[in-house]
Design a protein around this ligand. Sequence first.
Ligand code: PEP
Ligand code: NA
Ligand code: MN
Length: 608
Amino acid sequence: MSVTSLQESVGGAPTTNTRLLDWVEEVAALTQPDKIYWVDGSAEEYARLTDEMVAAGTLVRLNPEKFPNSFAGNSDPKDVARVEEQTFICSKNEHDAGFTNNWMEPTLMKEKLHGLFAGSMRGRTMYVIPFVMGHLEADDPKFGVEITDSAYVVASMRIMARIGTPVLRKLEELDAFFVPALHTVGAPLRDGEPDVAWPCNEEKWIVHFPEERAIWSYGSGYGGNALLGKKCYALRIASAMARDEGWLAEHMLILKLTSPEQKTYYVTAAFPSACGKTNLALLDPTIEGWKVETLGDDITWLRFGADGQLRAVNPEDGLFGVAPGTGWGTNPNAMRAIAKGNSIFTNVALTDDGGVWWEGMTEETPEHLTDWRGESWTPDSGRTAAHPNSRFCTPIDQVDMLAAEYNEPNGVPISAILFGGRRKTTIPLVTESRDWTNGIFMGSTLSSETTAAASGQVGVVRRDPMAMLPFIGYDAGDYLKHWVTLSKTGNPDKLPKIFLVNWFRRKADGSFAWPGFGDNARVLKWAIERIEGTAEAVETPIGFVPAPGSIDLRGLDLTEADMAQAVSVVPQEWAAEVQSIEKWYARFGDSLPDELAQELAGLKSRLG
Ligand code: PEP
Ligand code: NA
Ligand code: MN
């Protein structure tokens, strides 16, 4: 691109914000795109971009009678998940990144990135996407601008966040700070070189500069690596902002529960990726009289209000859900939202009549599909049709059970926080913490067997504090300290109750001890009844578990003996667990808050 045409396009920019213009100009000079395009976020623009992607073979248009205005695309098989080993927190001091993050000195990293980004957008269009995480009308709206050379990212960001002209106008009006979030697929095109359907680079770098509040992402077009408002901003950068500004950015869903007495409660819940957050967020309760509505399925920003009450907002505006396991039986609310259309599917299988399919979507498996690699597939193929980390990306306002309070700019008051993981043994179905600090201890020692949501081995137990292991944007010990000290600013009488849950415990025969899905409403009901003081519990060394008969099992094919097993605290299992927690805590060194070291000591003495 010549200097004149560069100045023309920047000059033709729909903004007078000089910091933004300077940054766009600087990035264009570095990455050398063919064109600069300012994203307005309109439906016409979305139609144009998706048409272009269909023409380029990146997406196929689904049968509009089945999935109106919806598209499916397959990524490069080497670009199917977040790349945690290539994700960096580049704080000035290594200590500030902590042991849970990869670190490189910021100037060295910048040098490296400048080398990679130089000319990286040649032959491509550079899109400029103004976005806001959370509500535009929030007291302190959190702006970002993503620059990307991927139309797939633009279309997906439009579903996942509030983007475009209204955001840019507000940013200008407030003369607000914005997080510069720079993304390239790292696949420049030589003159006349034909493009591939999913450009990316073997080499990937997902880099955060928490002090500068900047993001640089190189080489991947996939989800959390590329839609920079999501994990990179709303969790990693936001967690650092939250530490400095006195709030919390967490990997949590938000749901609203209404009891038969018409009392309402808001609950947040943290689970690692692919452990059923979306299913719990969109739960269809199996117990009569209880109603669940949703406010979010992945990310929650929490703040203590002036009254000392903890309030939660969902900074996103869409669902980026794991497709396999989402079905008419397990999550009809998600299926109904998806069926309304306006969605982008990635790495799912295609049906012969222009629809999509993935494992667990329907009870019956279609006889023939085109799998996520674009190959012909039958049930005898000996491989899954959809990639285990395939996704649906759907506007959240298509969820029928979206709570009206979703649009409340400053959020809803929280009554309970759940921490959960995927564990075959040891962790009971539900345990109420002894008190708030004990609840933080539960969160800090949360553990789960790994899933396909990140590249690497599946099924290994790893500690995942608050389900934030891959997302804490600073030192993990300082993060736990922030939880402990921040909560002291809350009103002690209004602190939510904290519970540890595990839907995935197995019986001796290997089958699940608890049916899960809609029946998890029974656990939510017990938690609410604990808050109201109406459900019985048994004190154990690890906390309070449901007393026999206290969980509503009506209509469920589960005996009290099964139930007793699901909530059992087995001493040998806990002896091993404590050793594992000790090893985990040792990794924090001096950074571990004293309050949590004391919690561990208390647990050990109670276990005897
Ligand atoms: C992702 O993997 O890209 C993602 C957005 O989320 P998660 O891993 O939490 O499902
Ligand atoms: Na949007
Ligand atoms: Mn997530």
